[in-house]
Design a protein. Structure first.
Length: 148
């Protein structure tokens, strides 16, 4: 027979969140973050779907639109480019910690046949590249046939 013990006393909660306490304890043992910008990175992407088509959002803060290239070939959409790191000079500040991505980037997405590739639209607003991928209204992907 198992014995179950219940503690009916209220739990005493620390004044700080457990995450902050653990971070403080582990801060000295964890390796330091990178102090030099990377040579390449992979931008984060969100894919949304609506009745009109797909929307692809790529997070590209600090990347000018002239540095972005968008290609479609053999059913694949590739977004590539480069985010340049600040140039090192005597007057420039020294990196102490680098958490953002610098260097070249490339993301490839396989598009379904239902996307109208000729109607893809791209806009870069506030560091987010928004690609609108409308469905091709001429292609039929689902059709029910009536029996006579």
């Amino acid at each position: 027979m198992a014995t179950l013990l219940y503690n009916n006393l209220p739990t005493l909660r620390p004044t700080r969140a457990l995450n902050s306490v653990l971070n403080e304890m582990l801060r000295e043992t964890l390796p330091t973050a990178q102090k030099q910008p990377s040579k390449a990175f992979v931008p984060q992407a969100d894919v949304l779907e609506s009745a009109q088509g797909f929307e692809l959002h790529l997070m590209l803060p600090g990347v000018p639109k002239e540095a972005i290239k968008i290609d479609f070939q053999e059913g694949q959409l590739t977004v590539s480019g480069e985010r340049k790191a600040p140039e090192a000079s005597e007057e420039a500040p020294t990196f102490r910690r680098v958490e953002s991505g610098y260097g070249s980037f490339s993301r490839t997405f396989r598009l379904p046949d239902t996307v109208d590739v000729t109607a893809i639209d791209a806009q870069l607003v506030d560091g987010v590249l928004r690609l609108t991928l409308p469905f091709d209204s001429k292609k039929v992907t689902k059709h029910q046939i009536e029996i006579h």
